[in-house]
Design a protein around this ligand. Structure first.
Ligand code: NAP
Length: 320
């Protein structure tokens, strides 16, 4: 396959979700004709969903309404585009098999980016509740490889805004409490979602990334919990009161909490105790996002904290 057209049509599944919203806006910002396949909004749904879809339409996004088990609708939508990016959340992750089946029938997709945007699921060994999530993503990887549809697997590492919010609780200006998981010394790549989404648009139209795995380790985003907290203390002039959650406690919670509450415990353990996303060496055929796009100016952790200082976004994950 040659270069994909610079202004390829991009269809996003899960565009109304947390990360998906960044992905839709990044496609629009890069002037790609952008499409979102979304469930019809029902009266009992959060009214903000309707507002979001209205915002997308005002940005020129075409919305296809449908469920993931409506095969004909999927095929019809896919036939109108060049690239498919999936940003569905965890429960419907296996529904990507239905999207793959529809892409195979449509026969026109030049690049498929499945819903990953996290860890290198083939190279980490987290606690069982998170391993179960990784196993599902691995099934989708193998199905993509077998499908014959050109694909790229995106290992985006830690969502910066999501986890800065979780770790530092910047929205709570009255509290100086922070929780540290493990010793706080494990390194992770704290990447701003806007950058992840903008990089992913570049990746989606790049022939160099076809059938490859690309890793987003951004040098000026690699940090530990302890360094993140001290950076925040310097910026705010506040001294944070630190409470430690031991590895043993996190393991215990991952074993005793019911599903799905056990999953975040296992993720915290993988990211912040074991430091799994930085624990493996890159292989020769791994693609490195910074090497491929040296001209892109990503947001450093310092700059991300500056954004939080001025206008902290709403938290996604509840603190425990
Ligand atoms: N790297 C990190 O730090 C990090 C953190 C969190 C997540 N992630 C990964 O990022 C990806 C996206 O996660 P997210 O948290 O952004 O997802 P999310 O907010 O949970 O997004 C959910 C999306 O999936 C759609 N959806 C949910 N159930 C559906 C169903 N049954 N049928 C059709 N659509 C359905 C939702 O549509 P409605 O709007 O209709 O509900 C929404 O568009 C996942 O692969 C996740 O593992 C990575």
């Amino acid at each position: 396959m040659g270069d994909i057209e610079k202004k390829s049509k991009i269809l996003i599944f899960g565009g109304t979700g947390y990360y998906g919203t960044y992905q839709v806006k990044a496609c629009v910002a890069a002037a790609h004709p952008t499409y979102v396949y979304a469930r019809p909004v029902k009266p009992h749904h959060d009214p903000s969903k309707l507002d979001l879809l209205k915002e997308f339409k005002s940005l020129g996004v075409t919305i296809f309404e449908g469920e993931l088990d409506e095969h004909e609708k999927l095929v019809e939508a896919i036939r109108q585009v060049d690239i498919v990016i999936v940003t569905l959340g965890m429960p419907p992750i296996m529904d990507q098999l239905k999207i793959i089946a529809a892409m195979k029938e449509a026969g026109n997709v030049k690049r498929f980016i499945p819903s990953e945007f996290g860890n290198e699921c083939d190279r980490i060994s987290p606690l069982p509740p998170y391993q179960a999530c990784c196993d599902q993503k691995k099934i989708i990887r193998r199905a993509a490889e077998k499908s014959g549809i050109p694909y790229t697997f995106v290992v985006a590492n830690t969502y910066g805004a999501y986890f800065v919010n979780y770790l530092l609780r910047p929205y709570d200006k009255k509290s100086n409490k922070v929780t540290i998981y493990g010793t706080g010394e494990a390194r992770f790549s704290c990447n701003y979602e806007k950058d992840i989404a903008e990089y992913t648009v570049k990746v989606a139209v790049d022939s160099r990334t076809e059938n490859g795995l690309i890793i987003y380790r951004l040098p000026k985003c690699i940090i530990t919990q302890l360094d993140l907290i001290s950076m925040w203390e310097k910026k705010t002039g506040r001294t944070m009161e630190k409470a430690y959650v031991s590895e043993k406690k996190l393991i215990g919670l991952s074993e005793t909490l019911p599903f799905p509450d056990n999953v975040p415990m296992a993720i915290l353990h993988s990211l912040f105790v074991k430091g799994e996303e930085m624990a493996y060496d890159l292989k020769e055929d791994d693609l490195d996002v910074v090497e491929l796009y040296p001209e892109y100016k990503y947001t450093t952790v310092e700059e991300l904290l500056d954004i939080f200082l001025v206008d902290p976004p709403k938290p996604v994950l509840a603190a425990f």
